[in-house]
Design a protein around this ligand. Structure first.
Ligand code: CA
Length: 242
């Protein structure tokens, strides 16, 4: 893999998608954004291209003619934990998205997608991967008026200290680690409570409500701690460019 030092240099992106129309649209827009695009129309072809050209990111369709896209995610994650994988999904198929995210995809974009949203999600995934590579997690994480001092475990909202319970802080920490990306219910439950609580989504609902009450100006209409219906939660640090 190439280094991520200069995010505006052309990065190599592999698109694995069997729909020629989507490939055409992305070929045009990604080249305008100075990305180099490689294309594969089957999972097999995609895996071969990953091995031979080592792309910087993958955009992956889940419904491929030869194999399920989730199988591709599993295979990639066996040897590369960091390579950003963005999934193209169908809006109504929540379970597919959950499986893809739990398999290690970074995020998803619903078809039909706005190209601006896809590019923004790609940049977020790439930023996460580069911040892990260089281990430069900011000591103070700023989300609007919320400051999280990760070294001191101190949270302030508009300068006022807010006390979080251990689990509330843990959940916030997980969301920060995946800032601007979706985190599934089971990822949150497994990390915050441990491996045997994966199905207790009602815990999460209660704790996310509490977190919103403590951190959001209008907890009923949260700006930062957002629900991804049927899938999980997303910590929005900045509005997406469209
Ligand atoms: Ca397809």
């Amino acid at each position: 893999m190439t280094d991520y030092a200069a995010p505006d240099l052309p990065a190599e992106i592999l698109l694995i998608e069997d729909d020629p129309e989507i490939r055409r649209v992305l070929r045009t827009t990604l080249s305008l954004e100075r990305y180099n695009l490689r294309e594969a129309s089957t999972a097999m072809e995609g895996m071969k291209t990953i091995a031979s050209c080592q792309p910087d990111a993958i955009i992956l369709d889940l419904g491929l003619p030869d194999k399920d896209g989730i199988e591709v995610i599993h295979q990639v994650r066996q040897w590369n934990k960091l390579l950003p994988i963005l999934v193209l999904s169908v809006r109504s198929r929540e379970q597919d998205k959950i499986s893809a995210l739990d398999a290690g995809a970074d995020d998803f974009v619903n078809k039909p997608f706005a190209v601006g949203e896809l590019l923004a999600r790609l940049r977020v995934a790439d930023r996460r991967s580069s911040s892990i590579l260089t281990e430069r997690m900011d000591a103070i994480f700023r989300i609007g008026e919320i400051d999280v001092d990760l070294a001191r475990r101190k949270v302030t909202v508009a300068g006022e200290e807010v006390h979080l319970t251990r689990i509330e802080y843990k959940l916030l920490q997980i969301l920060i680690r995946h800032a601007d990306m979706v985190v599934t219910h089971s990822q949150l439950l497994n990390e915050a409570w441990g491996p045997n609580h994966g199905d207790q989504v009602h815990y999460l609902r209660v704790y996310m409500l509490q977190l919103r009450r403590k951190l959001e100006k209008d907890p009923a209409r949260p700006r930062h701690l957002r629900t991804e219906p049927g899938i999980g939660y997303r910590l929005i640090t900045e509005p997406l460019a469209r």
